[in-house]
Each structure stands twice: as C-alpha cells, then as structure tokens.
Design a protein around this ligand. Structure first.
Ligand SMILES: [Zn+2]
Length: 81
C-alpha cells in the first residue's frame, strides 16, 4: 500500500496509489474517503499546477487509521463532506 495525496475536484484527497499506475489528468480515481474524483492538469504540481485546495479530512482520517496512528492523533471527523 502506498498512500499519496492528490488534489482533485477542489480538494486534496488521499489515495492508495500503485506507484506504477499513478493517476493522470482526466483519469478518475477513488480516494480513501470513497469519493470518485477526476483530477485535471492543474491538479498536478509537476504539470504546473498548485495545491491550494483544502485537505479532505475524511481522507486524512482514513490515512491515520490505515497507518495505525494512536487514537489521540486521529481527530474526530467534521460533519458533512
Ligand atoms: Zn477525500
């Protein structure tokens, strides 16, 4: 499992990414939070994009659970998404 952040659809989501099969512009991926999102070219820093979108806290939460963070380092989820 390789967890990475990827901005898409105005949020910075996380995903379990196979390093040989990274998401590309226009390719839909499933984020840790369960959202299916499609990044565009400007969501890739290496393609000239900037990551200004807010963190998806549901992805952040899932990441911490997967990585076995201690319970006191797993903040409660915000209401809604
Ligand atoms: Zn997310």
């Amino acid at each position: 499992m390789t967890l990475r952040w990827q901005q898409a659809e105005r949020k910075r989501h996380a995903l379990d990414m196979n390093p040989a099969n990274r998401p590309r512009p226009g390719e839909r991926f499933r984020a840790l939070c369960g959202a299916e999102v499609t990044p565009t070219r400007l969501d890739f820093q290496e393609l000239g994009g900037h990551w200004h979108a807010p963190t998806c806290w549901h992805c952040d939460h899932e990441w911490r659970v997967i990585e076995h963070f201690p319970a006191n380092e797993i903040p409660p989820l915000p209401v809604g998404r």
